[in-house]
Design a protein around this ligand. Structure first.
Ligand code: GLA
Length: 695
């Protein structure tokens, strides 16, 4: 990644000068420079201007823009502009338009109007990329290629005949023979056995519950079909523009779950993400934190790019909440704390026309004399002072396993309860860790699980044998491992693992569950604690959503059992010593207070380090480290202010502070305390040296 300026934090966002007169760019560059803007994503939706007619390309205007930005010291993330084909594309290639599950072929008029399996789209897109790469490969201002945009956001699935053919090719590679496919999909059930490959189709609208194994493979295929296109563009760029890294912006966040980013991440030279707040959630900032931790997990712990987020309101939620004063910095720093070395927004200048004219931007309609622009400029100045932390790693002793296939299969039809949503169980646990002040890596079950003191495995419904073995090994080698209900139930084909639940983990956690007994909406199941009274506070707790009927093995401690409800007498929370660690099982959705009780015990047993254990509620504390230097981020979402007894220099207020002269972070404020670890520290990056200069 020769051109990547990894020695500082970059700051900026999407710039769309094609929406404005050329003179506006002069004003923009002045306002950008004043705001510390150093990173511009250009050309994301420019295909219609770059190729106004089939095969006629106009790239000069784009080059002028890239030159101007480069001349102003702003590095460019150049989009391949293939996200949205122009209207002529529909006319010339009507069969490349996506078809929905009901068979309706869509038309242009919005964006991402293309079928991921379309050969015509592939051909036209690569022809454009070739032109762009030929023109910009050697441009000194282009530091990153940005393929497409938010793959699958609007065209995740296409049910057309070409997609059906592509799906069959994908299945033939996965299964080899039709017999193996029939076995994998369990097609003897409901007379679904296929006698001819030509009969295999995408799960189009049908009469009743679709085949769940086929549906799960379809989800995998849709993710792979988009990935195939990404790889085609990436490979062309690598060939024509070697040395410039290639990325595409993921959508790790509450609103999208369509792509299995664990499959995508290894193909990114740098992982990028777009994140928007879910303002319908009680604490959107914990969902932000979860998404950022998952993005870092996808990046294998390395720094990543926050390609887009918003300075204030978006325009696509039912009610688009404007951010409170100070929230812009809190949100951005929550990402930086969790490993983002680039902070980008959608977008630089608010549009006057089009579908997103009510979306906030760094430069609002009202201009530079605005709170949003002023806060954006303050953040730019702060990120410049934070330059020394670029490349450092976020420290985490704990990990939470996240899995897209489990999410897809859990959220499908015909499960024990539609009240159980995968992400809600994940969030319940993540939020409890957040409240406890535990920074956690959010990783895939096939990533390296060793080395964590605490490992949370929420509702890992689909699990392969290797992943199950790795989770067991983590417990055996000393971790506190928590597995929650509906985990381990099916294999990767979505076939039940015979024997007691939780299937792949039943022996590890030492329980034999016989039956799932979910609760009606809103119902609760009271609990009582086991004879050892390890966690007496659980006596006051209730489970919701899910219970199970069964028993614990003799060597398994029943920490709590259901005392009421359909599973009265069955274990609710168990613990079993395994090797030098423990395997816990939780057979219900615990309330936040129940989770707090359990997480406090887990943190204690695991010896997880919690920076600032006695901070007020709503304060996020996360630490990054490189060599002997640490940066402790303190972000007060709670709005009460917080005293920070740490020794170092706060890069926000530019004050020195000490344990006996604590820093006072004001209500709703942020601090980034740079400290030197006494003695020689272990280096999270593996490098020991780190000369820290505060610009
Ligand atoms: C994503 C897209 C942008 C824009 C924003 C709106 O980030 O990439 O083009 O649509 O969402 O929030």
């Amino acid at each position: 990644m020769s051109r990547w300026p990894g020695d500082r934090l970059l700051y900026g966002g999407d710039v769309n000068p094609e929406q404005w007169s050329p003179q506006t760019l002069d004003e923009d560059i002045e306002a950008m420079t004043a705001a510390g803007f150093t990173f511009a994503t250009v050309g994301v939706f420019a295909w219609a201007l770059l190729e106004p007619e089939p095969g006629r390309y106009e790239l000069d205007w784009l080059e002028r823009i890239v030159d101007r930005l480069h001349g102003a010291g702003i590095v460019v993330d150049l989009a391949t502009a293939t996200a949205s084909p122009p209207p002529w594309f529909t006319r010339v290639h009507p069969r490349a338009m996506p078809v929905d599950r009901q068979g309706l072929r869509l038309s242009h008029g919005s964006r991402q109007t293309w079928c991921p399996s379309s050969e015509e789209y592939r051909h036209r897109a690569l022809a454009l990329v070739e032109r762009l790469a030929a023109r910009f490969a050697d441009h000194p201002g282009v530091v990153l290629w940005h393929v497409g945009n938010e793959f699958g956001c609007h065209n995740l699935m296409c049910f057309c005949d070409r997609s059906a053919e592509h799906f069959r090719q994908w299945l033939a590679l996965r299964y080899g023979t039709l017999d193996t496919l029939n076995d994998a999909w369990g097609t003897t059930f409901w007379s679904q056995r296929y006698a001819d490959w030509a009969d295999v189709i995408p799960p189009r609208a049908t009469t009743a519950i679709p085949n769940p194994s086929a549906e799960l493979d379809w989800r995998r295929f849709c993710s792979d079909a988009h990935l195939e296109h990404y790889l085609a563009e990436r490979d062309l760029l690598r060939r024509m523009s070697p040395g410039t890294p290639v990325t595409t912006n993921f959508m790790v966040g509450f609103a999208f779950s369509g792509l299995d980013y664990h499959q995508w991440a290894p193909h990114q030279d740098v992982v990028s993400n777009d994140h928007y707040l879910g303002n319908h959630l009680p604490h959107p900032y914990t969902e932000l934190a979860l998404s950022a931790d998952l993005t870092r997990g996808l990046a294998g712990g390395e720094p990543w790019v926050l390609m887009e987020h918003s300075t204030s309101a978006v325009n696509w939620q039912p009610v688009n909440l404007a951010k409170e004063p100070g929230q812009l910095a809190r949100d951005a720093l929550s990402h930086v704390a969790r490993g983002a070395d680039v902070v980008g927004y959608f977008q630089w200048r608010a549009s006057v026309a089009g579908a997103e004219k009510y979306h906030s931007a760094m430069l609002p309609h009202a201009g530079t004399q605005t709170r949003v622009y002023a806060e954006a400029a303050d953040l730019g100045a702060l990120l410049r002072r934070c330059a020394p932390l670029a490349g450092s790693r976020t420290l985490a002793d704990a990990a939470l396993v996240y899995d897209w296939p489990s999410r897809w299969s859990t959220d499908a039809e015909a499960t024990p309860t539609q009240e159980h949503r995968y992400i809600e169980e994940v969030r319940a646990w993540y939020d409890a860790l957040w409240r406890a002040g535990v920074t956690c890596d959010v990783i895939g079950s096939e990533q390296d699980l060793s080395g964590y003191r605490l490992l949370i495995v929420p509702s890992l419904h689909v699990v392969g044998d290797d992943a199950a073995a790795a989770i067991r090994a983590a417990a055996e080698s000393g971790a506190q491992v928590v597995i929650t209900y509906f985990s381990g139930t099916v294999d990767v084909r979505d076939h039940i693992r015979l024997g007691p639940y939780p299937g792949a983990f039943a022996e590890l956690v030492g329980v034999a569950m016989e039956e799932f007994a979910p609760l009606p909406p809103g119902a609760l199941a009271a609990m009582s604690v086991g004879p050892e009274r390890r966690l007496p506070d659980l006596e006051r707790e209730h489970g919701s959503v899910w219970t199970e009927r069964g028993r614990a093995h003799q060597d398994t401690e029943v920490v709590a059992q259901f005392s009421e409800g359909p599973s009265a007498g069955s274990p609710a929370v168990t613990r079993r010593g395994v090797g030098t660690g423990s395997a816990w099982y939780v057979a219900t959705r615990l309330s936040p207070s129940g989770l707090d009780t359990l997480v406090a015990e887990l943190v204690r047993e695991a010896g997880v380090e919690v920076p600032l254990p006695s901070r007020p509620a709503g304060v996020d504390v996360v630490r990054r480290r490189r060599g002997r230097h640490t940066w402790t981020f303190v972000i007060d979402h709670g709005g009460r202010g917080v005293e920070v007894p740490l020794t170092g220099t706060d890069l926000v207020s530019q004050q020195d502070c000490a344990v006996d002269d604590p820093l006072l972070v004001p209500a709703g404020g942020v601090a980034v305390i740079q400290s030197v670890v006494d003695g020689v520290g272990t280096s999270a990056t593996g490098s020991e040296s780190s000369q820290v200069d505060i610009a």
